[in-house]
Design a binder for this molecule. Structure first.
Ligand SMILES: [Zn+2]
Ligand SMILES: [Zn+2]
Length: 291
């Protein structure tokens, strides 16, 4: 308990802490969002949420396989209790890769598509990656809204599928007013939409709009990538993405195909949105078939 208080004090004083592995320079930046709720930003790329309290730790997303051990170590600095639950927001490796490292006694909650995906070999070009070990696959699969009472909080887990992937979940901590939306938020960037896993950019934007209409004004939105957003920032982000779709739709109506849109830099106003990994051109390729 003493350890937690000391750490909290340090975070409040300095805003964030860094746990650095000197071997491969992966950094985990820890920010306290609320009493007992921490955002761990792994390798300056992907967010993990950790809720700590008398029941143990609940973790949302596990980042990469290569950072699994460091994530486990960073969590152990926040609480001396074990991780009891891990929720995967969706199937991608930057959110599930660390599942195995968090241990064999952790219940993993996810949409059934995550279990299906992790239970199969994955082809990456010429390479075939093995299926995840059994203990790294979800053992609790949910397809409807589920409430988990843990650490004196009724944690709400809600499937909002078909936007980023076929099995996206969002996780809400109502007392803390923290909402983890997974990759339904690439804060400040064009989002990746995994069309090969039944993602759809139009459903994606509808789901973000649904989120904005269904949570209080003072909620903190934690996305899979990019900084934490408040509701106004989330709304402005959605408005911008919708505007890009309108620009592409108008261009298509006036006879432009995707190649002409790219050559004409019709999204150059949103140049900064292309600085993560979905560039202006990739966003056009994602949206164009759905216009
Ligand atoms: Zn993803
Ligand atoms: Zn991601």
């Amino acid at each position: 308990m003493k350890k937690i208080i000391l750490l909290s004090a340090a975070i409040l004083s300095f805003g964030m802490l860094s746990a650095q592995n000197t071997e491969n320079q992966n950094i985990i930046e820890v920010t306290q969002l609320s009493e007992g709720i921490y955002r761990l930003f792994v390798d300056n790329r992907v967010a993990v949420l950790v809720q700590t309290g008398p029941d143990g730790a609940l973790v949302v997303d596990a980042a990469y396989e290569r950072t699994g051990e460091q994530l486990k170590e960073a969590i152990s600095k926040l609480t001396d209790k074990p991780v009891k639950f891990l929720i995967n927001t969706h199937l991608h490796g930057d959110h599930t890769g660390g599942n195995a490292a968090l241990g064999k006694d952790v219940h993993i909650i996810a949409h059934p598509s995550v279990k299906d995906f992790l239970s199969q070999e994955q082809k990456r070009g010429e390479t075939t990656l093995p299926a995840a070990p059994i203990h790294a696959r979800p053992d609790i699969c949910i397809e409807g809204k589920t409430t988990l009472s843990f650490n004196v909080e009724n944690v709400e887990i809600l499937p909002l599928t078909g936007g980023h992937t076929r099995g996206d979940l969002i996780v809400y901590f109502p007392s803390a007013k923290v909402l983890q939306v997974g990759d339904l938020l690439f804060a400040g960037y064009f989002p990746y939409v995994d069309v090969s896993n039944v993602g759809n950019p139009m459903v994606y934007l509808q789901n973000v709009e649904w989120i904005l209409n269904n949570y209080p004004d003072d909620v903190k939105f934690v996305g899979g990538h990019g900084p934490v957003f408040n509701k106004q920032q989330m709304q402005e982000h959605l408005n911008a993405l919708k505007e890009t779709v309108d620009v592409m739709r108008n261009a298509k109506t006036s006879g432009m195909d995707a190649e002409k849109m790219k050559a004409g830099r019709i999204l150059d106003k949103w140049e900064n949105f292309g600085k993560f990994f979905i560039t202006e051109d990739l966003w056009i390729d994602t949206v164009y078939p759905f216009l």
